[in-house]
Design a protein around this ligand. Structure first.
Ligand SMILES: Nc1ncnc2c1ncn2[C@@H]1O[C@H](COP(=O)(O)OP(=O)(O)OP(=O)(O)O)[C@@H](O)[C@H]1O
Ligand SMILES: CC(=O)N[C@H]1[C@@H]2OC[C@@H](O2)[C@@H](O)[C@@H]1O[C@H](C)C(=O)O
Length: 373
């Protein structure tokens, strides 16, 4: 029997709403036992600092330079992750000795695949020192050194999950993660794997709400459900070169801009952006090797009823069903965190994190930097 590792994955995603944590037990291959998960929200003040970090990062040319607020931000972000791990261990009656490795994503502050530049702030050495647990971090860079997009990385985990589901979905299955940005992974019966970012997820909706002083997201999609689709605005987004081009590329938060205030009403904007989130998934799925029969949806966007209604209708028209990840026996909130734990173990074992079919890299690529505690 191959060795099983206990791994904590830590994800701070493009929505910048907080840190997701998950503890799994895995061999980094087919065996995945999901143990417990949690999350820690950022304060509004810290979220504002992260947003300033994105602004300052725009001037970066080298991935290790830390201009403007970025140096202090990286330090403080890492300490917040360390506290989150300590709280998580305490809440679950665990200690550092119960964990073999942490997979630390950090916060993406810049992602420019065309310039082979992707920057995740997060100090792996400081996290290892603070937690007393070995840390694997910086898992995107090696892929880019091998001509990959540096994202998405979760497909290797989706592939392992596809064969571990309590309720087997009709194949081919597509795992969709609707976070700030959405991405999808296609798995078929023959072991085929394909993946790419599929478009804006919640990030435009979140920005639209913030622009109107309506909080940071459309809870339940309630506002969107009161609005109507503005076809012209939807067409503006869906005619973006990202969708019309033949080559799949990964996305940065800055690749799509929120509509200006007044272009449409608050409700119609929320509805239209929810439609765009759903339609972009189907539009991107048209580049897959075969038509999917089922979509398994994770990420915060699955809690927006307008996105889910649009996605269900669009998928149905293509002969596919949409299943919430939780219904499939998974945890739709913590899948990315689980993936980062899984990828950390693959990194320890020198196994590939990415493939030509997932990021466009020039061959299977491992990656990540290990810091021993
Ligand atoms: N109850 C809810 N109703 C509607 N939308 C929600 C709800 N809860 C979360 N969301 C949306 O989900 C987002 C967070 O999703 P998630 O945590 O999956 O994103 P992320 O991991 O930060 O992003 P990414 O996957 O792009 O890295 C929030 O910003 C919000 O837009
Ligand atoms: C550069 C970066 O952080 N990309 C994220 C982002 O958020 C969603 C999408 O864009 C995806 O490509 C990726 O995260 C997921 C977890 C991934 O790498 O699989």
């Amino acid at each position: 029997m191959t060795a099983l590792y206990r791994a904590i994955g830590l994800m701070s995603g493009t929505s910048m709403d907080g840190i997701d944590l998950a503890l799994i037990k895995t061999d980094g291959e087919q065996v995945v036992e999901r143990i417990v998960a949690g999350s820690q929200n950022y304060s509004d003040a810290f979220r504002a600092r992260l947003k300033q970090g994105l602004v300052d990062a725009r001037g970066m040319v080298q991935r290790d330079e830390r201009v403007g607020v970025l140096g202090q931000l990286e330090h403080d972000l890492t300490l917040l992750h360390a506290i989150a791990v300590q709280d998580f261990l305490f809440a679950n009656g665990l200690s550092a000795d119960d964990v073999d490795v942490i997979g630390f994503h950090g916060q993406t502050v810049l992602h420019r695949p065309d310039d082979a530049l992707t920057v995740q702030i997060g100090d792996g050495a400081l996290l290892a020192q603070e937690t007393g647990i070995d840390v694997v971090y910086d898992m995107r860079a090696e892929d880019m050194r091998h001509s990959g997009q540096g994202a998405p990385l979760i497909p290797a985990y989706h592939a392992a999950l596809a064969h571990n589901l309590e309720q087997q979905p009709d194949m081919p299955v597509v795992f969709v993660n609707i976070g700030g940005i959405s991405n999808l992974t296609y798995v078929d019966d023959a072991g085929g794997l394909a993946a790419f970012d599929s478009g804006p997820g919640n990030m435009l909706i979140d920005q639209w709400m913030e622009l109107h002083g309506q909080g940071s997201f459309d809870a339940g999609g309630a506002l969107a459900l009161r609005g109507t689709l503005n076809s012209e605005l939807a067409a503006h987004y869906l005619s973006n070169a990202f969708f019309t081009g033949n080559q799949r590329r990964s996305l940065d938060r800055g690749d799509f801009a929120v509509p200006s205030i007044g272009v449409v009403s608050l409700e119609d904007g929320a509805r239209t952006l929810a439609y765009v989130a759903a339609a972009s998934i189907l539009q991107s799925a048209s580049h897959l090797p075969q038509k999917p029969r089922s979509y398994v949806v994770s990420g915060g966007g699955r809690k927006n009823a307008a996105i889910m209604a649009e996605l269900t209708a669009l998928a149905q028209a293509e002969g596919a069903v949409v299943i919430d990840a939780d219904t499939a026996g998974l945890d739709g909130d913590s899948m990315e965190a689980e993936a980062w734990g899984y990828l950390a173990v693959r990194s320890l074992k020198g196994l590939p994190l990415t493939y030509p079919s997932t990021t466009g890299c020039d061959g299977p690529v491992s990656g990540g930097v290990l810091v021993k505690a």
